[in-house]
Write a protein that binds this ligand. Structure first.
Ligand SMILES: [Zn+2]
Length: 59
């Protein structure tokens, strides 16, 4: 998992993933916190970018 923030550019690792319909948006923690209310208000679903599986992963 090495997605980067779509707002900050490739130098910032993404911390959250937002999805709506067939679109996906990756955001760092800072951008995620800032955009969370607007995104959820527009129907986006947001969750931690690393949590693709239910099993916990060592970091
Ligand atoms: Zn960012």
């Amino acid at each position: 998992m090495n997605e980067t923030c779509d707002r900050c550019g490739p130098s910032v690792l993404a911390a959250v993933r937002a999805e709506r319909a067939e679109r996906a948006l990756y955001l760092c923690r800072h951008c995620g916190n800032r955009l969370w209310p607007a995104l959820t208000a527009h129907g986006w679903t947001i969750w931690p970018a690393g949590e693709h599986a239910f099993a916990p992963q060592a970091t």
